[in-house]
Write a protein that binds this ligand. Sequence first.
Ligand SMILES: C[S@@+](CC[C@H](N)C(=O)[O-])C[C@H]1O[C@@H](n2cnc3c(N)ncnc32)[C@H](O)[C@@H]1O
Length: 830
Amino acid sequence: MEDLESALRSMDHESLVNLAKSVEAQLSLQSSKARSGGAAARSVASRMPTTEEIMSRLPKKKWTRDDVFTMNFKELKAKADLEASLPPERGPIIDRNHLLGTLSITQQALNESDRDTIIQVLVEWPQKYSSERLKDLSLINVSDLMIRKTHKGNYLLCRTIARPVFDGGIGFLLGVEDPNGNTAYVKVLNYALLFDADLVEINTIIRAGAILALREPSYYTNVTLPDLPFIKVESPSDIVIIESDNPMLNGISWKSELPLLSRISRATNGQAWKAEGLKDFKASRWFSSAVCFTNSIKFGFDVEVSRLNRAEVYLRLGWNNSALHDAQVALDSGSLSDELQRKAIVRKIKALYAMGRYQEVLEIASTLENDKLFAEWVTKANRRVEEQSTGIYDWLKLYKEDDKKESFSPDIADFTGPVEVKKNANGLRGTYVTRDVKTGELLMFHKPTFSSFHSKATTANDLGLMWTSVPTLKSAADRHMHRLFCKGVQRVWDDRHMYDTIRSLYAGETLEEPRTYPVPFAVSPPLEHPTRPSVDIDVEYLQGVTVLNAFGVQDGQALYAAPSLMNNSCMPSALRQFIGDAIIVRTIQDLEKGEEVTLSYLEAQVPYDEKQFRLMKSWRFDCECGVCKADDEDGYDARETRRALSKKIDEIGERIDKARDPVTSKHLATEAKKIIDDMKRTFHEEHSKKADGCKYELAKPLRYLANALGFAGRLASDKTLIEESIEVKMQSLAVSGLKITDSTLSGAPPKGKLPLPVDTRQVTQFYVEGNVATVLEISYYFLVLGDKKRAKRWFDTAVWMESVYSGGGLEVLKVRQAPSLGSMDLSDLY
Ligand SMILES: C[S@@+](CC[C@H](N)C(=O)[O-])C[C@H]1O[C@@H](n2cnc3c(N)ncnc32)[C@H](O)[C@@H]1O
């Protein structure tokens, strides 16, 4: 801090007070009025309005794309467009002390911020990134910078004059100078790899005195501090950290002296860099550890060991391509001892395995099968090869592990079934089956492209985030989506093919058209240096893809490539589920070759108006599936009545769950029945026909009613009530999309081997755990009634349903339906 402190000391009292005021002004302004990304703000916690609140402001409204666009973004976009239309102008000369003082005070304010502090970030339009090679750009200086201009064809060479300040949100604030000693203020946004870093790591990557080349920099006015315009670096690939011995510095001399602190490097020889690398490795500072080992390699110290160490660090960062390369170079050196050679082979295998190149793992490991470790790799890789080609997995083991572990990432090979991506007649791209498939067929089981578990997120550095992205037309009141995007930056860092794949996913209506999916395979070169990504990262596109395609998984969020290409239907043909952070997509109805595979983006029970609003707001389309059309035709007033009745029955449901005697249960059943009858009247006559019987909002109320009837029936040994309960349970399944072919309650079932009492060409549209439980309850009630045959048929139906949903059958049913099975003795049936 010496440099900042001495700068502050050199200012007189009045300038200090003014400086403090201006920074405060900047901070408080940002709390009430969002500003361009990356600055701290003290403010009270605000929250996003609920759907009810939004809808109450605009009742009886069918949401259009324009409504949603207008709400927040039109004005912001107009402002950004206006700013962009003004001519560039020369900025003021920046006073070094003012810059250093601002950085220092900002750091102080951040240190003193409490947990309630929320950073408001407004991501403006468009975010820039350069795709020109540094060597094709020509040098400019600070005095050449023009405000409101992106300096195409140029790079700015500069070095930092203070430690970077992480603003707690999405940016690092830097003070820099050019070789002439002229200073500039830089905001480096989206440098995701350092957001969870500690000071040691931050200062290793961008140390005070670091030389930077900023590719095609953009210069902006600072509205709150007009004498501090800033360079905004939005893509982490635009900031190139230059080593002091880089030939491009030949002939460059720096006019001003570096402050003392900046002259102190963390290490000055290879041995010391290696030791620092090991220190960082032990402290899980992977990124800076990779930089330290890169330095020890450069100094020629213990090169192959350092390279192998770096390979291990790369594996931890998910940079498998570069890890593979390092391990291979070490092996090719021919200088490894037996022990190091073994390490190199293991790292190579780990990298190949992580990339899904199981055949290559087998080729290497099978020649070393006498070694126990390699024999295990052979077993694992063989299993993965089989999974990849057959789609056969040990579901029972996976579900059990998922039950036990938090933040679980299963060790599986990705499987993709008979699907292809193509456009329909309206030009909408989607996923289609390439052959006839049966209900319950596995279409995809994929590990995430990148994921972020909430429980694993470190919050040591950052403050709350209120994030509004104009390009993606999205806002978020927490940092989970932003964290996922950061994982995306890390994921594409050393993987060109993955980056191309991201570019082929839909990023929203305001951004470029996605490229064709799937993309041809591209070999990625290994990282030249850990701080230099192999791709030019279009952060705006990556953000768009992340917010539009992310799936919520247990305890986090994840992005998957192929599953992002499925469109929505509220009568979906497939269902997605998760085991840990891996996604499973299965059909829930028989499909003919060429039919579309659709998922429901929202939960079944969401009422139409909320659904329409959420689909429009988040994905900007109006769903035209049968259920939505039928619900739309019911009319707003009928739907409003239905919503009010739904709320009412939820209250009765709570009382039903608490009831302990048959009289109360019977009484509640009568109340529930009346409300359900009223709800049924809110669906117009043709609704069933148009929506294939689906009336999702009735499912839960019917279950409440059935529970009340069943409870009363069992306690009072009243056969009629139990039968009534079975009947209502069947109705609750039917309104969820199950086609019941035998709803008889008594009498002789047909002779011979009986089919199930349901049409197995389609299962309920949603996997609500309650659905399988409901079928088990029907089975149990038949058992109570002494009808073992029907009990068995319905039990077999539950096993079939569970197999459709999970691929697992009876044993998986026992795991997933353990709570239901624990409360009913069905052991006679299996
Ligand atoms: C996750 S993507 C689905 C795949 C996308 N169609 C593509 O080409 O990559 C979500 C976007 O697809 C479009 N979409 C999904 N379901 C739709 C539907 N039922 N009708 C119209 N557009 C839909 C919307 O533009 C939505 O924002």
